[in-house]
Design a protein around this ligand. Sequence first.
Ligand code: SAM
Length: 360
Amino acid sequence: MHPAKTQFVKVRREAAEKTKKLLMHNRLMDRQRYVEHSPSYVLFPVVDIENERIKKLLEMVGAELVLHEGIKKEVQQDYHSALRSAISENELKELVRGYDLLGNIAIIEVPKSLQKKKREIAKAILKANRHVETVLEKAGPVSGKYRTRELHYISGKRNYIARYVENGCTMLFDVRKAFFSNRLSYERSRIAALAKDGENVIVMFAGVGPFVLVLAKAHKRSRVTGIELNRSAYGYMKRNIELNKLENAKAVWGDVSKAYRHYIGKADRVIMPLPKSSMHFIKEAVAISKKRAMLHVYAFCRIGKGREMAEEVKKEIRGFGAKASLDFIRVVRPYSAVEEEIVLDFSITKARATAKNRLR
Ligand SMILES: C[S@@+](CC[C@H](N)C(=O)[O-])C[C@H]1O[C@@H](n2cnc3c(N)ncnc32)[C@H](O)[C@@H]1O
């Protein structure tokens, strides 16, 4: 059965900020669905808009109402009503971001102005989600080579091990010691749907294994290998592979810049989920690819500059002796006020190695 379509406001990126303000101000944003981005448009999920004045205002910024399936958030409906009893309407507006739900653990970003109310906010989350046992607070940015962030305990059980289910795969991990983002779940299912059975897939920068697990589960005849540098994340990936009984998956502890040498010419598909520096590992990705392969490159770029980024990556791939054609580009998520994360899918064809472009 297809999920029902609901109303979205579709607007060109240039007018997205204005539209967002208009929707927020009139409390029209549907908080149960994700905002979606394409290189040219932004789709805002909205509650049904009947009001003619609002429709006119939207028209004036060049926005249109469309029906779209959308992606539902794993958030229970009554969080906002639970919050309303703890904080005022104005404070509620400041808490725009909601929270990340990782199974039994919820992670919240509390603005400075609401620090004193964070326990009440956490209690509202616990009240609204019967699966959540612990509420933690983001206490810094994602940083360092392991891409982890500092998290502080706020309320509930003092536990940092998340048990999270995605695309039918159960994952355990310590939220303080390994990177994990549920905002990439759509990407994992998208790539699993693109992949064919029987492929040899290499996931660089595999973390606790979400790409590895989802791909190995969807394609039992494929062989999926995840390479990860962070010892803790690698340990969880290994454990998660066992937990999900995936005999076609393997976790490797190591630095991609060295480990790749064991996989020269082996991969039908290479996944590179390290947006901060995937670009620096194109040599390794081309080296481990078969004569024909698919590369999925995640990268941060300036908002709206995805195509320029794709050209840069293409040039880099060519520099290592392979032809590349861009099959698909998508904005994965906004990253900062000026940057966004994109994914670039390339088909590559390797030329014969010459002395100049030899990769080993
Ligand atoms: C952004 S996280 C992505 C994790 C995972 N793929 C996911 O989607 O949740 C990037 C991961 O790459 C790992 N990493 C960074 N540099 C690496 C390297 N040179 N070799 C292997 N792994 C690396 C980090 O420890 C981190 O776990």
